[in-house]
Unconditional design. Structure first.
Length: 152
């Protein structure tokens, strides 16, 4: 039996979600492994969302947002980039490979780029194999303390 990864994708409403829609309406073929969650801005993707995704059984988490200079909320993608760096350090400390979390910039007109990102990330997670988490406690205070220590 082959392993099919479960991936949670947090997509910016204004750019990446529209890029995904373009890929779909253009009938571009891409892996069906990503379960999308539309967020108004990737700057709102909290490290807790990522940790909850892994705890709920995701093998990977993909965050897609607007290119720099295109964010409808001006600095949301910069905030997201900082949070993803912090989240990767948290994941590593928990024994989860940081490669299981990916951040990409996909605009509304980049359906083909969305297709490529989803396919490549799915293959990368497939290569890593299923995530094997031991029982771990999700302590929101620790995530908040780590974020506060880095100016979030």
């Amino acid at each position: 039996m082959s392993f099919e990864p479960r991936i949670v994708g947090f997509l910016c409403n204004w750019c990446s979600y529209t890029g995904a829609d373009l890929a779909g309406t253009a009938r571009m073929k891409y892996a069906p492994n990503v379960m999308t969650v539309r967020v108004m801005c990737t700057g709102r993707v909290d490290p807790g969302f990522v940790l909850d995704s892994f705890r709920a059984g995701a093998d990977g988490v993909l965050v897609c947002g607007c290119h720099f200079g295109d964010c409808h909320y001006v600095e949301g993608n910069h905030k997201c980039m900082r949070r993803i760096a912090i989240t990767k350090r948290i994941l590593k400390g928990m024994g989860i490979q940081p490669e299981r979390l990916r951040l990409e910039w996909v605009s509304a007109s980049e359906g083909a780029r969305f297709q490529e990102v989803v396919n490549s990330f799915t293959e990368e997670i497939r290569g890593l194999g299923p995530i094997r988490l031991k029982e771990w406690a999700f302590v929101p205070e620790q995530v908040e303390a780590a974020a506060a220590a880095h100016g979030e």
